[in-house]
Design a protein around this ligand. Structure first.
Ligand code: ACO
Length: 428
């Protein structure tokens, strides 16, 4: 007999099926509960709610495990490339050499953006945050490709995938170029994915630009580490937007907006600003950690804590080591890295953080390394988005390929006034 859970309410019993995943994770399936009992489940913040079954990413927060399609993140970071990982996430299997070459070629073909799209940047203030610009420009892509927006037509979706992966580095680099008033370069398809991005960011029409291979490799690895993280806030946003049959560009634009917030991807910018503030104000790590315990939303230790990880985030471990290696290879020292290491040491031996199982997350060291690689601080979260693009696409696609998929539409428990009569304005 299939496993089930039994729920008793008002003396009536309900049997609810138990769903078991390939890693033996278990969930109580409540899809029929309301129909049978009139009851809904209530879980603000979705702390205990699974929104879907997914075969893309496995995460065990207690043990600090992260795998894409079964492959450990450590092995992918070491031996793969971002576009190969994107293929793995989106297509489900590692590509052969021929498949990878065709995939890379398809993405590379789409690195250039429409001339009229370039003009869009002129409308943004110079101080515009890159996440605002990127979200707006990605949404605007849907105005340029009206013939390819059908979310259930595989050929149209494929075209949108290649366009998103190909154009997003260009879109991100232009948001920076616009902010500093430099001309936009055209992509150079002789370069690799990341090298092309670096040239668009830091090259000018006046001089040749040769990307530093140490920087390019480190950035490629960072994109891999950010590529997917199952049903996080921005990915759930992409799935939810997609569930209305919004096109892929519109859904991803929503995801970029969700990622921007400081409790999510925006934390990488916040961390570096926090480390810089500690440095400038001459605070000790101990003083700052004390402040972060104040239960005041503005004083949290940015880059610490995670909804799912109650152990060291495996991505943070890799990024911390990579930050040390990259700084050494580039021959630079980083005061920010020293402060971060000190903060981590203090926090991990502090009862407040131990009790709540708060560890460094992906954002704690990523800003330090982005900074060492020359990425301007306001663009950090856009770098996160560039990596997460593959995961967002894979998750959006998985949703659409699921038979009988329904629009995402949570319910609520209403707590407002019960029915009352309208009072005309002059009588109030
Ligand atoms: N500093 C200090 N206290 C913290 C921190 C922190 N960084 N994070 C959580 N806490 C405390 C909370 O105050 C709460 O304490 P309480 O139980 O005494 O009330 C407890 O730890 C649990 O925290 P919640 O906010 O309930 O945990 P939740 O799972 O809802 O939030 C989150 C997770 C948003 C990541 C949170 O840890 C946080 O704000 N961290 C800082 C921002 C950050 O780094 N975000 C990036 C996350 S990774 C990513 O999205 C890519």
């Amino acid at each position: 007999m299939d496993p089930y859970a039994r729920l008793e309410v008002d003396g009536k019993q309900y049997e609810l099926p138990i769903v078991v995943g390939t890693e033996q994770e278990r969930a109580i399936d409540i899809t029929k509960l309301r129909g049978q009992s009139g009851l809904i489940t209530l879980d603000p913040g979705y702390k205990n709610t699974g929104s879907c079954e997914s075969a893309i990413t496995f995460l065990n927060g207690e043990q600090g495990i992260l795998r894409y399609r079964g492959y450990p993140i450590e092995e992918l970071a070491e031996g793969s490339s971002y576009l190969e990982v994107a293929y793995l996430l989106i297509r489900g299997e590692l590509p052969t050499r021929t498949q990878l070459d065709a995939w890379v070629e398809g993405v590379r073909y789409h690195t250039m953006v429409h001339e009229d799209l370039r003009q869009l940047y002129a409308a943004f203030p110079k101080a515009a945050h890159p996440m605002a610009t990127c979200s707006a420009v990605v949404a605007a892509l849907s105005t340029f490709y009206p013939e390819d927006l059908n979310p259930v037509d595989p050929a149209q979706v494929h075209a949108s995938i290649e366009r998103l992966l190909g154009k997003f580095p260009t879109i991100t680099a232009y948001s920076y170029k616009h902010s500093i008033g430099q001309p936009f370069l055209y992509p150079s398809n002789r370069l690799s994915y990341v090298e092309n991005f670096l040239r668009l960011m830091f090259g000018t029409p006046c001089e040749d630009y040769e990307p530093d291979p140490v920087v390019a490799r480190a950035l490629d690895m960072l994109l891999i580490l950010h590529a997917d993280h199952e049903q996080n806030c921005s990915t759930s946003t992409v799935r939810i937007a997609g569930s209305s049959r919004a096109n892929l560009f519109a859904s991803i634009s929503a995801g970029i907006s969700a990622l921007w917030g400081p409790r999510h991807g925006g934390a990488n910018q916040q961390v570096v600003e926090m480390l810089e503030a500690i440095d400038h104000e001459g605070l000790t790590g101990k003083q700052f950690v004390e402040q972060a315990k104040a239960h005041d939303d503005t004083s949290r230790l940015n880059g610490f804590g995670h909804r799912v990880y109650k152990n060291y985030d495996p991505r943070a471990r890799i990024i911390k080591q990579a930050a040390t290696d990259v700084l050494e290879r580039l021959g630079v020292t980083s005061r920010l890295l020293e402060i971060a290491v000190d903060l981590e040491r203090i926090a991990l031996s502090d009862e407040y953080f131990i009790e709540r199982k708060l560890y460094p997350n992906v954002d704690f060291y990523s800003g330090v390394i982005f900074k060492a690689l020359g990425i301007p601080t306001p663009s950090f979260t856009a770098m996160f988005a560039m990596g997460r693009m593959a995961g967002w696409i894979a998750q959006w696609l998985e949703y659409h390929q699921e038979p009988g998929n329904a629009i995402s539409r949570p319910r609520q428990i209403y707590t407002g006034p019960t029915e009352r009569r309208f009072v005309p304005i002059d009588e109030r």
